[in-house]
Design a binder for this molecule. Structure first.
Ligand code: ISL
Ligand code: CA
Length: 560
C-alpha cells in the first residue's frame, strides 16, 4: 500500500458552524446551541464527520466570540453548559465529532485576568499581558492593529500601553509567562476531558512576539507592520511542542492551527509529520491577497493560473510530509461562489458545484463553511449600517478617512472581501428571515433566501446541497481521493483546472472548467489510453474532451 501514514483526521470532512448565524431556537435573533442541536441530522446527512464550532464561550462579543471573557463558561446568548453537554452527547450519538475553537493569542479585556492585570503595575496578573511604557508621548512603537488603528492601547490607570494585535477589546496574552501557558493547558485539558474532539487554534501563529518591540515597516501609509515581529515568532515552536507534550499528545483528537501568512516551509514546521506540534495548518495564500496599502481589501478576482500555482505548490510540497486543509471559505472570508465562482442566477449552482469538486478532490481534509453547501452568496449590502463586523467597520473608516479611498470603492471592497459576507444567517427556508429566526436577526438575512435555501435544496436532486452529499460520499469511498498522489495536468490551460490522483495503480482524473465558455481539452498521451468512467458530474451529460460552462467531472481509469 502507498497510503503513507493513515489517520482519521485525514479521512474526515469538517463542517464549520458560526453559532451566531446558524440557527436561532428562541427568537432573540441570535443563533444558539439548541438551534445547532436541532440541525445535527442535517449535518450528518450532508456527510460531514466533524463539526468545528466557532467560539461559544462567554465573551464581550465585540468580535463575535473571539474575545473570550471566561473560557469555562458558555455565552448566555448561546445557552448553558447543559446545552453544550447535550450537543456533545447528541453529536457523538450520531457519530459526529466536535472540535472547538481555541482562542489563546488574546482574551477579552473583560476577562478576569485582564481586569486584574490592568489594576496596578505589580498586580500578580500584570505579566499575563504585554504592557509597555510609551515613547516620546505616544505608543511604544508604530505597530498597527490588524483591525485598524494602533496596536497599542493606552491605559490611564497605570500610565502604560497594552498590546492588541486585533481590537482594543482583545489584549494579547503574554506567552513568555509560564503561568499563562499552564493556565491555557489546564483549560484545554478541561475541555478535552469533557470529551471534545479537538481544537482549531485561532491566530496561533501570533502567540510568540520578538522581544525587542522595534518599529515595523510602514506598508499602509499609517502604521508599522507587526507581522515580521509577531507572526511565527522566535518561540512559537517551543510553545507548540510544549502544548503537544503536555496536552495534545494525551488525546486522540484533531488539531489544526490558523497560521495565516505562512509559506510551505512555515506550515511544515507547524504541522509536518513527526514534528509533534499540530496535525494541520490552514494556509491562506489563495485568500490573503495583498492589495498595496489597502492590505486585504480588494474587489478583484484571483486568476486561474495563480490558483493552480498556489494549490499545486501546496499539494506537491506537502506530499508525504504534511497534510493540507482544503477550504474556500470560513467565517472571515467572503462566500466561495461569489469570490471564486460565478454567483449570477445562470451559473451560481453549477459553478458552486465545480468549485467543491475541484478543491475537495485534492489531497487534504475538506473544511466547509455553513451555507457553502447551498451555494450561499455574498451579502452585497449597500449601506455600511447593515454591516456588523468590527473589522469591516473600523477598516471602512481607515480606507475612507485616512487612506483617501472613495466611499464607493470602499463599499465595493467590502462587498467583495468583507467578513460579514460569511456571517449573514444560514438560509434554512424561503420563509420569514430565511427560517433562521422568528425574531429580528442580529444581521440581515440575504434576501436571496427565497431562491437559495436548505428546504428547497433537500427536495431537489439537482441542488448544490445534493451535489455536495454525493461529492462527500465519493470522497469517503474512493481511497485515491484521500491518499492518492496529486499531479496537475494541462498546466497551461487557461480555462481548465485538471489533475490526477494516483494510488496503487488506481487513477482519478478531475477536470473542471473555471469559465462560462465551453472548453475543449486533450489529455496527455499516457492518460489517453485508458477508458474513463465518470464518478460524478455537475451536468447530466458528459462528452469526453469537452466541458460545458463551469462543468466539473471526476473520472476513474478503467482497464488500459
Ligand atoms: O493576519 C491575517 C491576515 O494577514 C488574518 O487573516 C488573521 O489571521 C485573522 O484575522 C485571524 O483571525 C482569527 O482571529 C481573529 C478573529 O477576528 C477571526 O474571526 C479569527 O478567525 C481574532 O480572534
Ligand atoms: Ca437564540
Amino acid at each position: 500500500m502507498n497510503e503513507g501514514i493513515k489517520a482519521w483526521y485525514k479521512e474526515c470532512i469538517v463542517y464549520q458552524i458560526y453559532p451566531m448565524s446558524f440557527c436561532d431556537s428562541n427568537g432573540d435573533g441570535i443563533g444558539d446551541l439548541p438551534g445547532i442541536i436541532s440541525k445535527l441530522d442535517y449535518i450528518k446527512d450532508l456527510g460531514a464527520d466533524v463539526i468545528w464550532l466557532s467560539p461559544c464561550y462567554q465573551s464581550s462579543n465585540k468580535d463575535n466570540g473571539y474575545d473570550i471573557s471566561d473560557y469555562y463558561k458558555i455565552a448566555q446568548q448561546y445557552g448553558t453548559m447543559d446545552d453544550f453537554d447535550e450537543l456533545l452527547r447528541k453529536a457523538h450519538d450520531k457519530g459526529l465529532k466536535i472540535v472547538m475553537d481555541l482562542v489563546v493569542n488574546h482574551t477579552s479585556d473583560e476577562h478576569a485576568w485582564f481586569t486584574e492585570s490592568r489594576k496596578s503595575r505589580d498586580n500578580p496578573y500584570r505579566d499575563y499581558y504585554i504592557w509597555k511604557d510609551g515613547k516620546g508621548g505616544g505608543a511604544p512603537n508604530n505597530w498597527g492593529s490588524l483591525f485598524g488603528g494602533s496596536a497599542w492601547e493606552y491605559d490611564e490607570k497605570t500610565d502604560m500601553y497594552y498590546l492588541h494585535i486585533f481590537s482594543t477589546k482583545q489584549p494579547d496574552l503574554n506567552w513568555e509567562n509560564e503561568k499563562v501557558r499552564n493556565e491555557v493547558y489546564k483549560m484545554m485539558r478541561w475541555w478535552l476531558d469533557k470529551g471534545i474532539d479537538g481544537f482549531r487554534m485561532d491566530a496561533i501563529s501570533f502567540i510568540s512576539k520578538t522581544p525587542a518591540f522595534e518599529d515595523g515597516k510602514v506598508t499602509d501609509g499609517l502604521y508599522g507592520d507587526l507581522s515580521p515581529f509577531c507572526m511565527h515568532g522566535p518561540k512559537i515552536h517551543e510553545y507548540l511542542r510544549e502544548m503537544n507534550q503536555k496536552v495534545l499528545s494525551k488525546y486522540d483528537i484533531l488539531t489544526v492551527g490558523e497560521v495565516s501568512g505562512s509559506t510551505v516551509e512555515d506550515a511544515l514546521k507547524y504541522a509536518g509529520e513527526g514534528r509533534n506540534e499540530l496535525q494541520m495548518a490552514f494556509q491562506f495564500e489563495h485568500v490573503d491577497r495583498k492589495n498595496g496599502i489597502y492590505g486585504k481589501w480588494t474587489d478583484e478576482k484571483i486568476g486561474l493560473a495563480e490558483l493552480k500555482n498556489i494549490f499545486t505548490k501546496w499539494q506537491k510540497e506537502l506530499e508525504g510530509k504534511g497534510w493540507n486543509c482544503l477550504f474556500w471559505g470560513n467565517h472571515d472570508q467572503p462566500r466561495a461562489v461569489s469570490r471564486f465562482g460565478d454567483d449570477s442566477p445562470e451559473y451560481r449552482e453549477v459553478s458552486a458545484k465545480m468549485l467543491a469538486t475541484c478543491l475537495y478532490m485534492m489531497k487534504g481534509t475538506p473544511y466547509i463553511f455553513q451555507g457553502e453547501e447551498l451555494g450561499m452568496t455574498n451579502a452585497y449590502f449597500e449601506r455600511l449600517e447593515d454591516y456588523r463586523d468590527i473589522e469591516t467597520i473600523q477598516c471602512y473608516d481607515k480606507l475612507v478617512n485616512r487612506q483617501g479611498l472613495s466611499p464607493q470603492k470602499a463599499m465595493s471592497f467590502i462587498k467583495f472581501t468583507g467578513r460579514d459576507n460569511a456571517r449573514t444567517p444560514m438560509q434554512w427556508s424561503g420563509g420569514k428571515n430565511g427560517g433562521f429566526t422568528n425574531g429580528i436577526p442580529w444581521i440581515k438575512v440575504n434576501p436571496n433566501c427565497t431562491e437559495i435555501n436548505a428546504e428547497s435544496q433537500l427536495k431537489n436532486e439537482k441542488s448544490v446541497y445534493q451535489y455536495y452529499r454525493r461529492l462527500f460520499r465519493l470522497k469517503h469511498s474512493e481511497r485515491a481521493s484521500i491518499y492518492g498522489v496529486y499531479d496537475l495536468i494541462l498546466p497551461e490551460d487557461k480555462k481548465i483546472y485538471a489533475y490526477t490522483r494516483k494510488l496503487d495503480g488506481e487513477i482519478l482524473l478531475v477536470v473542471c472548467n473555471f469559465t462560462k465558455d465551453d472548453a475543449a481539452y486533450r489529455l496527455p498521451d499516457e492518460l489517453r489510453i485508458r477508458a474513463w468512467i465518470p464518478l460524478i458530474n455537475n451536468y447530466d451529460d458528459y462528452e469526453p474532451g469537452k466541458l460545458q460552462p463551469y462543468q466539473a467531472v471526476v473520472l476513474k481509469a478503467g482497464a488500459e
